[in-house]
Design a binder for this molecule. Structure first.
Ligand SMILES: *[C@@H]1O[C@H](CO)[C@@H](O)[C@H](O)[C@H]1NC(C)=O
Ligand SMILES: *[C@@H]1O[C@H](CO)[C@@H](O)[C@H](O)[C@H]1NC(C)=O
Ligand SMILES: *[C@@H]1O[C@H](CO)[C@@H](O)[C@H](O)[C@H]1NC(C)=O
Ligand SMILES: *[C@@H]1O[C@H](CO)[C@@H](O)[C@H](O)[C@H]1NC(C)=O
Length: 395
């Protein structure tokens, strides 16, 4: 399928040697399909199409490339409700809306999971920041159709240590563990990672004991690490959590038992190393490097590299082969090439990183520097309409 698109662009543009696609969400109310091309050595990002069908404030995108379905969350910032929308990603770069479903306000991240006894169906979990809730959906992944399934709403008896942000529970992320048995939801307001067990029979989520983290740290997103080439995902599993309010990274060894999952902390350190976090900075996204040995975190609003020029923090978490865990260590900061790098996607096939520079209202594509295991030089950037919270690759 993909080769059709590449050859089409190549024949139209003559010397184009690379053509791939990205989707960007904008708080101006659009989702844009972008073509990344390389013609005579120069990279270019150009708009293929734009849709307003996700809603007024698209906050998160998730691509199921196998089924050519794009999932879009609308945060509903100025509306009563948010929404979940699915799109078919067409060869010509357009997005055809499949389903649009109203939900509680404030959806900001989603993840897909399966249940062993439910053969064809899958499930979607969504974290709702402003509605203090988590919702789930039964999904037909081939068609991109879904129904609402569960709603969990949380409350707190009083504000947390950072009352301006911890006035209420604020689920911010959704992460599925490598065994597929558990769904984790970092809650920025409650300083908890909420944990759900997936029912193997039905796909329903059952709440289990949450992981309590440092008070006032504001857990936002997380990622699991497993050794490269691991056959058994129940051994040597680590969980890395980025905490927005304390600008820190925590690492936990994951312990599985007959009846559950538990966590032993192995690391907690600043996303600025030994330096104090700049006033107003707030860590955002987290990812494991394609080489499987580094943890990358985006630092927003820190102006580390000059005014409106923020950073990525890079930590080592494994040996160079990516097969063995090593003590976590802060390696340094690298340019984000703009202001407020919110979400980013590392593409290990192209050795590139796509960054959503929210406050710069830009999408940037940088080199992934294999030698240093970090985001590298800027290849191309595109000014967009509105603040850009998310960008994903379509290959
Ligand atoms: C793009 O492809 C879709 C699906 O095949 C089609 O419905 C649409 O009309 C096409 N749009 C353009 C502008 O070619
Ligand atoms: C829309 O928001 C209202 C107010 O929070 C809520 O009661 C209602 O359930 C939401 N609708 C859906 C479909 O979630
Ligand atoms: C959604 O609900 C309808 C009506 O009950 C049902 O026919 C359909 O199979 C459901 N879809 C999914 C993905 O569960
Ligand atoms: C994986 O390792 C765990 C712990 O050693 C063991 O209990 C489990 O049976 C193993 N699973 C597989 C599929 O080998």
């Amino acid at each position: 399928m993909r080769s059709h698109f590449i050859s089409l662009v190549a024949s139209l543009l003559g010397n184009t040697v690379l053509a791939t696609r990205l989707y960007a969400a904008s708080y101006a109310g659009s989702v844009t399909s972008l073509a990344l091309t390389k013609t005579r050595g120069a990279y270019e990002l150009s708009t293929l199409s734009k849709t307003a069908a996700c809603g007024s404030s698209p906050s998160w995108l998730m691509l199921d490339s196998e089924n050519s379905i794009l999932y879009c969350l609308d945060e509903g910032i100025t509306a009563l409700n948010g929404s979940v929308t699915t799109f078919k990603t067409n060869q010509n770069g357009t997005l055809s809306m499949i389903q649009h479903l109203k939900t509680l306000t404030g959806p900001v991240m989603s993840a897909m999971y399966s249940a062993p006894q439910v053969s064809k169906g899958q499930f979607l979990a969504v974290a709702h920041y402003s509605a203090s809730s988590v919702t789930t959906y039964a999904v037909d992944p081939a068609q991109g159709l879904f129904n609402h399934s569960q709603t969990f709403v949380y409350e707190m008896t009083g504000p947390g240590p950072v009352p301006s942000r911890q006035d209420a529970p604020h689920p911010h992320g959704v992460i599925v563990d490598p065994t597929g048995r558990f769904v984790l939801v970092p809650d920025l307001g409650a300083d908890l990672v909420r944990i759900f067990e997936v029912s193997p029979l039905t796909g329903y989520l059952d709440q289990v004991e949450p992981l309590a983290v440092t008070l006032g740290s504001g857990p936002r997103h997380g990622v699991f690490w497993t050794p490269k080439g691991a056959k058994n995902t129940s051994t040597d599993v680590y969980f890395y959590l980025v905490q927005e309010l304390s600008n820190s990274l925590s690492g936990f060894r994951v312990i599985y038992s007959e009846d559950g999952i538990s966590f032993a902390k192995v690391y907690e350190g600043s996303t600025y190393g030994n330096r104090a976090p700049p006033t107003g900075s707030k860590a955002a996204e987290i990812a494991i490097s394609p080489e499987n040995n580094h943890v990358i975190v985006s630092n927003r609003l820190d102006s580390t590299f000059g005014r409106n020029s923020d950073s990525f923090a890079v930590f080592a978490c494994a040996d160079a082969s990516g097969k063995f865990f090593e003590d976590v260590s802060f390696l340094g900061l690298h340019r984000a090439h703009g202001s407020s790098p919110r979400q980013f996607s590392i593409n290990g096939d192209l050795d590139m990183v796509a960054v959503a520079l929210e406050s710069s209202q830009r999408v940037a594509v940088t080199r992934w520097n294999k030698r240093t295991g970090s985001p590298g030089i800027l290849l191309v950037e595109k000014q967009m309409d509105g603040d850009i919270p998310a960008v994903v690759w379509d290959l």
